[in-house]
Design a protein around this ligand. Structure first.
Ligand code: 5GP
Ligand code: MN
Length: 339
């Protein structure tokens, strides 16, 4: 954990007018929730703020307050470059190394703006002037809440900011079920609900938005593609680009599918492989002490958290990536079983 002091954050914010907030490639609920919560807060304090995402984010987050102002670098490279060059301060949220930004990383590395990192992933890189980092936090949204409160901004947390924070906490904790959820998480949620937020509205906006083909993709994954290796307590699903196209795959459609095999008794390690634009994107999830962050870092150019991580295939070939994964499993049989 490294949390710099609030007088330092206040001093840096005081002398910064133009602020950019950046989050990771393929932004998820916590990435967008934390970025837009901070955006809405900073706007209220009179700052000039823009959220820049490396690429576009899924439709099911397109209702978050402030989302219309978000700039996707992939669609506005020139504008984003100008904003970054003119910024005094850049917040980097829900990631901790520039490789998570694709092309946008270069712009940040070359910018003179001071950086503030707010994040809960393991092993942060050393690019930030100030850090608000804690791997024990259930989500970056939890940290952004603490950050705003620490700056003295609790009264500015309105229903819009609360909706953003609630979304990130909900999506990063599997709807409040993981061990990363603490009494403090529920105290924060209590404050958020006190703004008048309706939990059913947020749940519906995020989760009840499948179209028919997304639902059928899930069914196909579970009935045709899931491989269960009972003896190693592991299950995995792999999808080729062709298969994804067959189900008119949209960004975010396969999010969460990796978790389904956990509902099978005895399964403690799940993996999901998807071919996208010729590359292989991998998601890992575990139960207990098997550290998928280390596993993803060691073998698949990735990282994340102990129980949730992602990575990429070493070769741009789906079957070869799955085969490499399968060849590693026997080495980890004991670890996968550890409570
Ligand atoms: P997901 O499987 O949902 O894409 O990601 C799970 C977790 O691992 C998230 O916290 C995400 O930020 C992290 N993660 C996903 N892909 C990568 C990657 O390629 N590199 C790193 N360092 N982390 C990743
Ligand atoms: Mn997160």
């Amino acid at each position: 954990m490294q949390k710099d002091s609030f007088p330092k954050f206040r001093a840096l914010l005081k002398k910064s007018e133009n602020i950019v907030i950046v989050t990771h490639y393929n932004p998820d609920g916590d990435a967008m929730g934390s970025s837009l919560a901070l955006y809405n807060y900073l706007i209220k304090t009179g700052k000039n703020v823009t959220v820049i995402t490396p690429n576009e984010y899924p439709e099911f987050l397109h209702w978050l307050p402030g989302h219309k102002k978000v700039m996707a670098f992939s669609k506005n490279q020139k504008k984003a470059a100008i904003l970054i060059s003119k910024s005094d301060l850049i917040f980097t949220l829900d990631f901790n190394n520039y490789s998570r930004l694709e092309g946008l990383g270069e712009l940040l590395a070359n910018s003179d703006a001071k950086k503030i990192l707010i994040d809960h992933h393991q092993q942060p890189d050393n690019y930030a002037a100030l850090m608000f980092h804690d791997v024990k936090a259930c989500s970056t949204c939890e940290l952004v809440h603490e950050f705003i409160v620490g700056l003295g901004g609790k009264k500015l947390i309105d229903k819009d900011i609360a909706a953003c924070l609630y979304t990130g906490i909900m999506t990063d904790t599997g709807s409040f079920r993981y061990d990363s959820v603490t009494p403090n998480t529920h105290l924060i949620l209590s404050d958020l609900l006190a703004t008048g937020l309706k939990p059913s509205d947020i749940h519906s906006a995020v989760y009840d938005t499948y179209n028919e083909s997304r639902m059928k993709l899930l069914g196909y994954c579970l009935s045709e593609k899931m491989v269960v290796l009972h003896d190693i307590h592991t299950a995995y699903i792999s999808l080729s680009e062709k298969e994804l196209q067959k189900f008119s795959h949209q960004k975010g459609d396969s999010e969460g599918i990796v978790n389904y095999p956990f509902a099978i008794k005895g399964i403690r390690f799940c993996a999901f492989f998807a071919e996208s634009e010729g590359k292989i994107k991998i998601s890992f999830r575990s139960k207990g002490s098997f550290d998928v962050n280390q596993f993803a870092r060691k073998y698949f150019n990735g990282g994340g958290h102990i129980n949730a991580a992602g990575g990429r295939g070493n070769v741009n070939d789906l079957q070869k990536t799955v085969d490499e994964f399968l060849s590693l499993l026997p080495l980890y049989k004991k670890e996968i079983l550890k409570k």
